[in-house]
Ligand binder design. Structure first.
Ligand SMILES: NC(=O)c1ccc[n+]([C@@H]2O[C@H](COP(=O)([O-])OP(=O)(O)OC[C@H]3O[C@@H](n4cnc5c(N)ncnc54)[C@H](O)[C@@H]3O)[C@@H](O)[C@H]2O)c1
Length: 403
């Protein structure tokens, strides 16, 4: 069996998770062979720490790899994907698939929170089509790194839906925390949005995955998002906000709270709550209300291990759980986040599918729908929450075909 060689673009926080999870993959020979970062010192540090090569350019990396793993901030995703697809490489891409970023000339004066959203949506929809065409032409296996889809409770819930023939009537999902760790996330020009895109994309991805899975299990075909109504707010930016030092509050032009109400083309609904104003560690769950059962998927915390620590110093420098402010008192300690939050099963599925040339559970269709839904949500929020129809290439072509 040939070893699958992976090149990572972007040597930051999530790249470390991907590197660790590739090492845990069984049954498929694969390795991260090198890394590329716009800041060469970051490539070098990552490469030295993990014993891989530091590439200087994307062209150099493309010569040495079979798979490009896109771990850059969102503004660069589309460009790296198109280069990788152009060279016939398979692709793993972190969430979100892409987003709207201003040109270099406009970047200085650009303010994403007040910039008109219809042109953003139009450009994003064009970009999604460009990506789809490039990936189809290159026959690349495209893996959308939405780890929450692979979290064990979500996969078990999918199994319950499959086997019981359930119809999901409504869902609610949330991912929130006390503020993003990445410095770039304050700026739309790098992050391509605020809470909706940086954290809301996680529960939204799961909701869209479960409805697609329901349709496939029932033989009706994927059930897709039809409309969205949304609100966004910058709660830590209101003049009355009193900063106690626990929440990040340096957002330049992005929201720190959002809500999306999605209707699906079978008339059922899903709600997503997301924000950067929640203390107590990352708060990440999905609730499913079906016609034959009700489920609560706890992604973070999982409550598998509760530990009481009488003094902060006792656990100094010991990692317990994402995004907590203190280690003192009771903590919901993560026993193994690579597994419980889905990163490890995600990489296992991706590399098996790349080997077998098949579609992963989290594929390009979900990635496209998540991005189109979120940018439609931004347009809705600009219109005070009015319902916006979500463009869907699969649906449009079936409408065209039926005319
Ligand atoms: N799945 C998850 O749970 C999760 C968690 C965090 C981040 N993410 C996603 O991962 C991606 C990266 O986030 P992060 O937190 O690791 O950010 P980060 O800031 O820690 O790392 C990003 C790295 O990319 C580099 N970079 C920027 N532009 C580049 C380009 N054009 N080419 C090559 N390198 C470039 C930066 O210098 C930086 O070192 C984002 O898309 C984010 O949404 C996912």
């Amino acid at each position: 069996m040939k070893t699958i060689r992976i090149g990572v673009a972007g040597a930051g926080y999530i790249a470390g998770y991907h590197h660790e999870c590739v090492a845990r993959v069984y049954g498929v020979r694969s390795e991260v062979v090198g890394v590329l970062d716009v800041v060469p010192e970051r490539s070098r540090a990552f490469a030295e720490q993990r014993g891989v090569s530091a590439f200087r350019t994307i062209e150099e990396m493309l010569e040495h790899v079979d798979v490009v793993d896109v771990c850059t901030p969102p503004y660069a995703h589309k460009e790296v994907i198109l280069q990788a697809a152009g060279a016939g490489k398979d692709i793993i891409c972190e969430k979100p698939l892409m987003g709207y970023a201003p040109t270099m000339d406009d970047a200085e004066s650009f303010r994403g929170n007040v910039a008109p959203k219809q042109p953003m949506l139009d450009e994003v929809l064009q970009g999604l089509e460009e990506i789809r065409r490039a990936v189809t032409a290159s026959k690349s296996v495209f893996c959308y790194a939405e780890n929450c889809i692979y979290a064990p409770p979500v996969q078990r819930e999918r199994d319950l839906i499959d086997r019981s023939g359930a119809q999901i009537l409504r869902m609610i999902g949330e991912e929130s925390h006390k503020g993003n760790l990445a410095a770039y996330s304050s700026f739309w020009k790098y992050a391509c949005g605020g809470s909706l895109i940086s954290t809301g994309s996680h529960p939204l991805g799961v909701l869209l995955y479960l409805k697609r899975a329901e349709g496939q299990a029932n033989g009706t075909g994927p059930i897709c998002p039809l409309t969205v109504s949304a609100r966004t707010h910058q709660l830590t930016g209101i003049p009355e906000y009193r900063d106690k030092g626990f929440l990040r509050c340096d957002y330049f032009d992005v929201e720190d709270y959002g809500w999306m109400h999605v209707t699906f083309d079978d008339g059922t609904v899903g709600d997503v709550v997301t924000g950067a104003t929640v203390l107590g560690g990352t708060y990440d769950y999905i609730e499913v209300f079906a016609n034959n059962h009700r489920s609560r998927c706890r992604i973070n915390p999982t409550n598998l291990l509760d530990t009481y620590n009488p003094g902060d110093d006792g656990f100094k420098d010991i990692y317990l759980l994402e995004m907590t402010s203190t280690q003192e008192g009771w903590s919901n300690v993560a026993p193994d986040e690579y597994w419980t939050i889905g990163y490890q099963p995600e990489m296992q599925d991706f590399l098996e599918c790349i080997y077998k040339r098949s579609k992963p559970q989290s594929d390009l269709d979900i990635a496209v729908d998540v991005t189109a839904t979120i940018y439609s949500a931004y347009l809705s929020a600009e219109r005070g929450g009015a319902e916006v129809h979500i463009y869907n290439a699969e649906r449009s072509s079936s409408i065209d075909a039926s005319i």
